[in-house]
Write a protein that binds this ligand. Structure first.
Ligand code: FAD
Length: 441
């Protein structure tokens, strides 16, 4: 298997359109052995290697001017044990392929983020998470990994075998090797009862602790320059609980027409006339009204996101959520940037994954978005200054400006991660500019 050359003019661009690179070559291996051959060959020729998922990271974490590895040929379930819930999947499997495959086995991932377009390895490599104080990010479900290392050798790791590599590679930032297989601890399939309603920001903050204790998954969308919040409470019910999905017309109206088609049109209008943003946000907040339904977990967790945006997301200690939200609100009120997208607020429990934002910490996640055609008018920078005062840990796949020096102070096992990197990739075959910034040379 050799790397398939592409024309030098062929650009790769991420989903948001804010990161671009020109890989020297693109390879599409179909097995672990083929991945190993490509890596060996590239390293011999002094080329860097970068596996890429579906390009849903907003940072430059997936960019390369060396060999880009596309793992579309490595998809699907390799082995499943429905009794233990352990499932081995190929590294290039997208979550939208994995979720129905698990459902057919009577299984599900314990928690998910709000889309399913990512690959399983892209998701775990950046610490992708959903919401739920009694749950963790997707990487916490990983029980074993198969990695192709910089010298082309293959290493399997788990809690028992190469435990240090395992702790580092679950959220590995694509810095340690190419993950070709992932073993996941799944849970029995379950349904979610979803209740969505509009609320006032201050009321929501006042009863936050009670809501987090009472509901499995709490997700909030706060419309900037308003005090309106769309609250989502998703509670787990068994797989046999009667399904009560949204009628097709309502799902289309809310999730396709209002959230995507009309939203794209209003964002385009806001791009031309930024002054309409505050009233527009008020209308948007009210259009998405109350609704209640029950469906398979993965159908409730994820939505289609067709309107492109840029995003920054930070995790802060859960108990700081209120202070951070009010500080951001205060800044937005004073500067009134034309942010058209809601800020999202989510929560997760602590985990033990070295570079997970949830490492030994219950978190509140606060995410700021802006329509991809519009400037954020300094809002992202101000947001970063606010979360910096609260030990904010940035999502590895979402926009931030932190470097290795700062990140070292935020992650107690940062140097242990770097030691594993030094051992596995001393020649920095998997490095790129982003990794040089966040991990050092
Ligand atoms: C619309 C949208 C919604 C999102 N929602 C959420 C959300 O709800 N929660 C959340 O936490 N994040 C969310 N994200 C962020 C997203 O989950 C992450 O950025 C994720 O990494 C994207 O996966 P990907 O397959 O696109 O990976 P890419 O962005 O292509 O790559 C990410 C990293 O993974 C590495 N990688 C990919 N494959 C491999 C491999 N086989 N071996 C080793 N490294 C590999 C790449 O080298 C790179 O370092 C969202 C992003 C978008 C655009």
């Amino acid at each position: 298997m050799t790397a398939r050359p592409v024309k030098p003019s062929r650009r790769w661009t991420n989903w948001a359109g804010n990161q671009t690179c020109h890989p020297a070559e693109v390879a599409t291996p179909g097995s672990t052995e083929e991945v190993a051959a490509v890596v060996r060959d590239a390293a011999r020729r002094g080329l860097g290697v970068k596996p890429v998922g579906t390009g849903h990271s907003f940072t430059a974490i997936a960019t390369t001017d060396g060999v880009q590895l596309r793992l579309d040929g490595l998809r699907g379930v390799v082995h499943a044990d429905a009794v233990t819930g352990r499932v081995r999947v190929l590294g290039g499997t997208p979550l939208h392929v994995l979720n129905p495959a698990l459902q057919a086995l009577g299984l599900a991932l314990p928690n998910l983020g709000d889309i399913d377009r990512q690959t399983v390895t892209g998701a775990i490599s950046t610490g992708t998470h959903g919401t739920g104080l009694r749950f963790q990010g997707i990487a916490s479900a990983v029980r074993g990994l198969t990695l192709v290392l910089a010298d082309g050798s293959v290493l399997a790791c788990s809690q028992e075998v190469e435990p240090e590599v395992f702790q580092a590679a679950r959220v590995g930032l694509g810095a340690l090797g190419v993950v070709t297989e992932v073993e996941l601890q799944c849970v029995p399939a379950f349904r979610l009862h979803a209740r969505e309603f509009g609320a006032d920001l201050h009321d929501v903050l006042d009863r936050l602790d009670d809501d987090l204790a009472a509901h499995d998954h709490v997700d909030m969308h706060w419309f900037p320059l308003t005090d309106r919040v769309l609250v989502k409470h998703n509670d787990r019910v068994g797989p046999d609980a009667p399904g009560d999905p949204l009628p097709a017309w309502r799902a289309w109206l809310d999730d396709d027409f209002l959230s995507n088609r009309l939203y794209e049109a209003t964002n385009r209008a806001a791009t031309r006339f930024p002054r309409i943003v505050p009233p527009l946000n008020t209308v948007s907040a009210r259009l998405l009204g109350a609704r209640e339904y029950t469906d398979d977990s993965w159908r409730v967790f994820v939505a289609e996101r067709a309107v492109r945006f840029r995003e920054s997301e930070y995790a802060v200690p859960r108990t700081h959520a209120r202070d951070v939200v009010l500080a951001v609100r205060d800044w937005l009120e004073r500067h009134r940037p034309p942010l058209t997208f809601p800020l999202e607020l989510r929560f997760t429990g602590a985990d033990d994954v070295w570079l997970s934002t949830g490492y030994e910490r219950e978190n509140a996640y606060i995410a700021m978005h802006q329509y991809h055609r519009m400037d954020d008018a300094g809002a992202f920078a101000a947001f970063e200054e606010i979360v910096a005062e609260h030990d904010g840990r940035p999502h590895w796949g979402k926009l931030h400006t932190l470097d290795a020096e700062r990140l070292q102070g935020l992650y107690p096992r940062f140097d242990d991660f770097r030691a594993v990197r030094d051992r596995l990739d001393p020649g920095r075959v998997f490095a790129n500019d982003y990794l040089r910034r966040v991990l050092g040379d």
